[in-house]
Design a protein around this ligand. Structure first.
Ligand code: SF4
Length: 373
């Protein structure tokens, strides 16, 4: 099959599914602005634009996850693309909305790390994926499902992407039907129109076809050329998450300490983004202090003995250094609402610590230890 035939078959399938009256629920396109989801969104919009305007009834939600600590270079590209899409949609006459799913202020990277003192994430305690990726996207999908009764989630996953991706597709798509129930989101069906598209064909398509929202794919190509990189796809459950925080050249959180070295950020610096150097040094610092017991409480947050969260002194030091890096690079790295929430958690924690000390002092007095001192 030629590339043109492959693409025609995908567009025909997308149109057929879009028009299917049996399942006229909203579509949610998982979009990360990387190569796979960009090709998916472009093929979806192209296909729907081929339909007469009065047939374009089914709402399409374009869903992007932003952990608020994404690689800044990648986010610049994402912001540009989203801006173009938002501007172009009304003129294209498409029933689309764009939604950026972010973690709740109480659950951002900084609020957990600096506020609660959660140690910088590693493979054993990767507390971030659930809170910053899975929960925000799942909550949005659940809200669409609860409003409409059901929803169809379109993902740009492809077997050709990697052996583990092929395995995960086969696991969740055993019958290879077009729509499959999502394994953990009731009422959500999954549609993977690009599943058999090869990586070469995907790039040929992107290089030959400008996006319907205007501009070109030049920014995307430059990103991949600089990083020889992969995208961090929309993560909906833990089965999607092995790539999150992996040591391959992937876009992801600039704060990620699950990897020993951030090869992606190093490649961006080599490609001319020297201003990222303070961020890389800060990430390395977060990686180092995680295993330094001087930075960790001797009690867990639940009061049990054991290696606990970062001490209050460590949290203060991390915040001071982050503010310093923020000043140095001249970009917002932590927001005012996060700072407010951190202060609240600190006062709650300090109150709890002094309560425990008083209780301990009472016990010592009762048992006579306090008198001896
Ligand atoms: S990229 Fe790293 S820090 Fe970000 S959610 Fe994944 S594991 Fe956590």
């Amino acid at each position: 099959m030629s590339l043109a035939e492959v693409l025609d078959a995908i567009r025909a399938e997308v149109r057929e599914e879009y028009l299917s009256t049996a399942q006229s629920y909203p579509w949610i396109v998982g979009f990360s602005a990387g190569k796979d989801s960009t090709a998916l969104l472009q093929l979806v919009i192209d296909s729907v634009l081929d339909l007469p305007p009065d047939a374009r009834k089914r709402p399409i939600h374009i869903l992007l996850n932003d952990t608020l600590v994404e690689s800044p270079v990648y986010m610049e590209h994402v912001d540009q693309v989203l801006q173009r899409i938002r501007t172009a949609l009304p003129a294209l006459g498409l029933p689309c909305v764009v939604h950026r799913a972010v973690p709740e202020t109480d659950q951002t990277f900084w609020v957990n790390l600096i506020g609660r003192g959660y140690p910088s994430p590693n493979r054993q305690f990767r507390w971030c994926t659930d809170r910053m990726k899975i929960a925000p996207t799942n909550n949005y999908i659940k809200s669409v499902v609860s409003e409409s009764g059901q929803a169809v989630l379109l993902l740009g996953v492809r077997r050709d992407e990697s052996a583990s991706r092929a395995q995960s597709i086969n696991r969740y798509n055993p019958g290879a039907t077009r729509l499959n129930p999502h394994n953990s989101l009731p009422g959500c069906l999954v549609f993977r129109p690009l599943v058999d598209l090869s990586t070469d064909d995907l790039w040929s398509f992107l290089l030959q076809s400008p996006p319907p929202w205007g501009g070109s794919h030049r920014g995307l190509v430059t990103l991949y050329r600089n990083l020889s990189s992969g995208e961090c796809p929309l993560v909906l459950d833990k089965a999607d998450a092995p790539s999150c925080g992996s040591s391959s050249y992937r876009f992801g959180c600039w704060t990620c300490t699950v990897v020993q070295k951030d090869r992606s950020m190093a490649a961006q610096i080599d490609a001319g983004h020297e201003w990222l150097e303070p961020l890389m040094a800060f990430r390395d610092y977060l990686y180092e202090i995680r295993n330094n017991l001087d930075y960790r409480d001797e009690e867990r947050r639940n009061g049990q003995q054991g290696i606990g969260p970062f001490t209050m002194a460590a949290r203060r030091e991390i915040l001071d250094r982050l503010i310093e890096v923020q000043r140095e690079v001249g970009r917002t790295l932590i927001t005012e609402p996060e700072l407010r929430r951190i202060r609240e958690i600190w006062s709650e924690d300090l109150a709890a610590i002094s309560k425990r000390r008083f209780a301990l002092a009472d016990i010592e007095v009762e048992t006579g230890h306090g008198v001896a001192k």
